[in-house]
Design a protein around this ligand. Structure first.
Ligand SMILES: Cc1ncc(COP(=O)(O)O)c(C=O)c1O
Length: 373
């Protein structure tokens, strides 16, 4: 039992900056001196690094992860009258991006262990209007893409992976962006690869998605002064410079996340009141979040408050499922063909313990100690 009260933050943004300050500062300086800040050479360089990282032909930097999603949906021709299947157990933006296109969101339940979309629930939700499946690699672990691909092939559907949370993760025998039309990424600061602000990207092997997203992100323009209906969503060169410096460290940082997750899981295995995250065999979970679940919903808020009172900045991702948000669905099209008890349970019982590469042993051990109290 540790005697001293430790303050454990939820994020380590400044620690991370200090650890690689020289590399980040050098790239920022380089951009500032270049005089090219929007659609400049640093963005081009980072896009090349990002596509190489994913072994895809293309990477397109955009303004944020939400735009990455809906611009990709638009590139696939998704629009009013179409149905897109996803899970309600995700950050709000996954559904929001589908609604931006005018399409109908169809929510199916999540797998009770991984909390990613449950492939076994997808087929029953398919109708002649279904065009797309949007699996989310939630908390840092890939959804079961092989099973999802099989269903998509059988019903002639497209897949876009929402990979806001799992850069550097792998499935059992597949990589992200390998079994889909495209994967989208968020670079908001709190993600595993985060810039000092907002950013996003699309990675794909499809030249048409590359062409259309590039055009849409830049006011529908492929050629100077020639426009069609589009949008303004570009990844600034300053952010690209920060991300270029950080991308070199992502595997090491994910290894550290896995190390802290293993330390938590080993020590918390004896916990009576909550369950621990599940890593599917053969998968590389990169623990964007380390999410425990109380066995009873009514135990969640008291445990969260206790941890917070003890100086541990635990949080919840996400305590109100999308279909349970006030005002849902705000005049948008949504369908929930079958009950979603696993997603509702996860929303009611989840607690995210502090998780970032720059944690210390003392912080992890103190969090364990208090969680078991
Ligand atoms: C699963 C998921 N999808 C989409 C997004 C949207 O990304 P952004 O905030 O960069 O728009 C996020 C994160 O914020 C997310 O966690």
């Amino acid at each position: 039992m540790l005697e001293t009260k430790v303050s454990v933050p939820f994020y380590g943004h400044v620690r991370q900056y200090h650890n690689i300050k020289k590399e980040i500062d050098a790239n920022i300086h380089h951009v500032l001196e270049s005089g090219q800040y929007v659609m400049g050479p640093m963005l081009k360089r980072f896009e090349q690094e990002l596509s190489a990282f994913h072994a895809t032909k293309y990477a397109i930097g955009v303004g944020n992860g939400t735009d990455a999603l809906w611009l990709t949906f638009k590139a696939l021709g998704i629009g009013p009258g179409d149905e897109c299947i996803t899970t309600t157990n995700t950050f709000f933006a996954t559904a929001e991006a589908i609604w931006f296109t005018g399409a109908t969101v169809v929510f199916v339940d999540s797998d009770p262990r991984t909390n990613c979309i449950d492939p076994a629930r997808i087929e029953a939700a398919i109708t002649p209007r279904t065009k797309l499946i949007v699996p989310v690699h939630l908390y840092g672990q890939c959804a079961d893409m092989k099973a999802i691909r099989k269903i998509a092939d059988k019903h002639n559907l497209k897949i876009v992976e929402d990979n806001a949370q799992a850069i550097g993760a792998r499935g059992d025998g597949f990589n992200i962006a390998q079994l889909s039309s495209a994967a989208t990424i968020s670079f908001i600061i709190q993600k595993n690869l985060g810039t000092f602000g907002d950013g996003g990207a699309v990675v794909t092997n499809d030249p048409e998605i590359d062409r259309i997203v590039r055009k849409l992100r830049n006011h529908g323009s492929e050629k100077r002064s020639c426009h069609s209906m589009g949008y303004n969503s570009r990844l600034d060169d300053l952010h690209a410079g920060v991300l270029s410096a950080k991308l070199k460290h992502i595997h090491d940082w994910n290894d550290l996340r896995r190390k802290w997750a293993a330390r938590y899981s080993k020590a918390l295995v004896q916990a009576r009141n909550f369950t621990l995250p599940y890593e599917a065999p053969g998968y590389r979970h990169v623990y964007h979040l380390y999410v425990i679940e109380t066995k009873q919903p009514h135990h969640r808020d008291p445990l969260l408050k206790f941890l917070n009172d003890e100086g541990i900045d635990a949080k919840c991702h996400y305590p109100i499922a999308i279909h349970q948000q006030e005002g849902f669905p705000w005049g948008q099209q949504a369908r929930i063909p079958a009950p979603v008890p696993n997603s509702e349970r996860n929303a009611a019982c989840c607690i995210s313990l502090p998780m970032f590469p720059e944690l210390t042993e003392d912080e992890v051990d103190y969090t364990v100690d208090r969680s078991l109290d």
